[in-house]
Ligand binder design. Sequence first.
Ligand SMILES: NC(=O)c1ccc[n+]([C@@H]2O[C@H](COP(=O)([O-])OP(=O)(O)OC[C@H]3O[C@@H](n4cnc5c(N)ncnc54)[C@H](OP(=O)(O)O)[C@@H]3O)[C@@H](O)[C@H]2O)c1
Length: 289
Amino acid sequence: MTQDQKTIYGIIGNPLKHSLSPAMHNAAFAELDVPAEYKLFPLEENELDQFFTDLRKENSPIFGLNVTVPYKEKVLSYIDSLNPLAERIGAVNTIVINQKRKLLGYNTDAPGFMAHMAELEMNMRGKRVAILGAGGSARAIIGTLCMIPDRPESIKIYNRTTSRLETLLEDIGQRINIDIVEPVNSIDDLNMELADVLINTTSLGLKKDDPLLLEDELFHPHMFVYDLIYNPPETKLLAQARKKGAKTANGLGMLFYQGVLALQHWANTQLDDKVKIVMRKALYERTGC
Ligand SMILES: NC(=O)c1ccc[n+]([C@@H]2O[C@H](COP(=O)([O-])OP(=O)(O)OC[C@H]3O[C@@H](n4cnc5c(N)ncnc54)[C@H](OP(=O)(O)O)[C@@H]3O)[C@@H](O)[C@H]2O)c1
């Protein structure tokens, strides 16, 4: 890397078109007045090997990455050192590339989710939680809900592909205590009428023509419904829940908090409030909410 070259950060995943991370991080770099740029790296699975080989080269300008759908678990095999939280969860969404070109893996989704819950004053203690999905972000949510002191009473999880859910629980169960978790084979078995909290961790809802997973009748006014998707700002699922009187929130706050934590790992310093405000403003300008 030459001295006048910009430092590059970015996100790997597929699809990436919906990502608001470039807006958030580039706004932070401008505020901090650092010569850096955050880019999208849309990658097919068969391109991962080459990408990570290039990443280790001395002349690579890339010093930090986020990881999103569908690679949060797959990237583990490329990481040199996992921080304890990422190790326990088994998923990485933030990579620091140090001066020796070693790759350090972190999970900022889990603390990002909890920071958003705190902002929303949503205490999970004793709650009956239903989760949709069993991908990389589900790992972070399940992991953090099982590890926090204010644990829910129960967590029921449904995933379209049952075998993936089984594998996830088998794996994460070796890392942490998941005694409050119960996998279910059908939406009916989620017992939504008894659920206090519903969390969508699937990517269903990202696209306009995505089908509905749940019937309208399953939502009720005493529940809190959280969708990790933030673009569109109101998914069909959140609209269903809102119409039935449930409290709702999208994942924009989680994106913000995980982004702040990721940037703090890359910069190896705490961000001051001024930078955080700029990051949040950039997100709200893009989504209009
Ligand atoms: N707000 C934030 O900060 C934040 C952070 C992380 C993730 N996210 C969002 O969360 C979503 C999931 O991310 P991820 O990393 O967990 O992805 P992932 O690892 O690829 O997992 C995707 C999940 O979605 C399910 N799914 C996909 N298409 C489906 C369909 N048509 N019907 C039913 N289920 C379907 C998958 O089920 P199968 O196993 O059956 O394929 C799997 O459970 C993405 O939209 C991502 O943008 C947001």
